[in-house]
Design a protein around this ligand. Structure first.
Ligand SMILES: *[C@@H]1O[C@H](CO)[C@@H](O)[C@H](O)[C@H]1NC(C)=O
Ligand SMILES: *[C@@H]1O[C@H](CO)[C@@H](O)[C@H](O)[C@H]1NC(C)=O
Ligand SMILES: *[C@@H]1O[C@H](CO)[C@@H](O)[C@H](O)[C@H]1NC(C)=O
Length: 247
């Protein structure tokens, strides 16, 4: 009797466990009950006013939707630097229209940092800051503080944070009075020369001595020496690129 009761109750326990799991799973996407309704960047910016150009760009590029999707997953964090309408209108005429769709996306991604930075966190940031745009070589963003002031520089534009538009523990939106123009779009830097920093050097030396040997013998081996060097250049370039993208 006791055994049977025990068996029944544990069966019930197991069943109710799976039932509650199933219920939770089926309820979550449809009703999203537990967590507060997910944050909507469009609503936040619309409510704040003076961000109509930014909102338009976020919509036309779909980056705003990406942001909202990102915010929909509970453990993702984001900091947005939001240029005002004045910031956009003080750009040189035609600046935005001169950008390709891809560049517009990159420009917006450059205004996003994939972590939540509270206003006091800026004091402890290391530069360059990794934004959601490409890499920090082509898209460097430096943030420094002096007192309460938070300075932002891109290498083209210097500005400061002029206000907090929104902040919870997941998303921070800061007003900036200039569009953060990245070097990668507005003043592309030449890629660094192929013989990259320190690491690849010893290897290169080895091939130099290798290729200098056969060169003296005849024409055909001379050609081999040249292609050998070219290979090294390509190799060190790609090693350098790999280095950048690991940052
Ligand atoms: C921040 O920018 C202001 C000018 O807007 C400048 O006076 C100040 O020295 C800058 N501080 C830092 C730490 O870059
Ligand atoms: C950003 O900071 C890095 C590291 O301190 C520095 O090397 C770079 O020159 C800075 N760039 C700008 C545009 O201030
Ligand atoms: C930005 O600030 C740096 C030093 O803080 C200065 O060298 C540079 O000229 C400034 N750039 C602009 C566009 O004001």
């Amino acid at each position: 009797m006791n055994r049977k009761m025990l068996f029944n109750s544990s069966l019930l326990l197991i069943l109710s466990f799976f039932l509650s799991k199933a219920l939770a799973q089926s309820a979550a996407p449809a009703l999203s009950p537990g967590p507060p309704p997910s944050t909507d960047i469009y609503k936040i910016l619309t409510k704040a006013g003076q961000f109509t150009v930014l909102i338009r760009l976020l919509k036309s590029t779909q980056v705003g939707n990406q942001i909202n999707n990102q915010l929909g997953s509970s453990n993702s964090e984001l900091t947005v630097f939001a240029p005002t309408d004045n910031a956009f209108s003080s750009l040189k005429t035609g600046t935005l229209n001169g950008l390709s769709d891809q560049q517009k996306v990159q420009l917006l991604q450059f205004h996003l940092v994939p972590s939540f930075i509270s206003i006091t966190n800026f004091q402890t940031m290391s530069n360059p800051v990794q934004t959601q745009a490409s890499d920090t070589y082509e898209y460097p963003l430096n943030i420094t503080t002096s007192g309460n002031q938070v300075n932002i520089t891109t290498g083209i534009v210097n500005t400061t944070i002029s206000g907090t538009v929104y902040s919870d523990n997941q998303l921070a939106v800061y007003q900036v009075d200039k569009v953060l123009q990245p070097l990668g779009i507005f003043a592309p830097r030449p890629l660094p020369p192929a013989p990259a920093p320190a690491p690849p050097k010893p290897k290169k030396k080895a091939t130099d001595t290798e290729s200098s040997g056969p060169t003296t013998s005849d024409d055909s081996s001379d050609a081999i020496g040249v292609t050998g060097n070219l290979g090294m250049v390509v190799l060190s370039m790609s090693m350098f690129a790999a280095g950048i993208f690991n940052l």
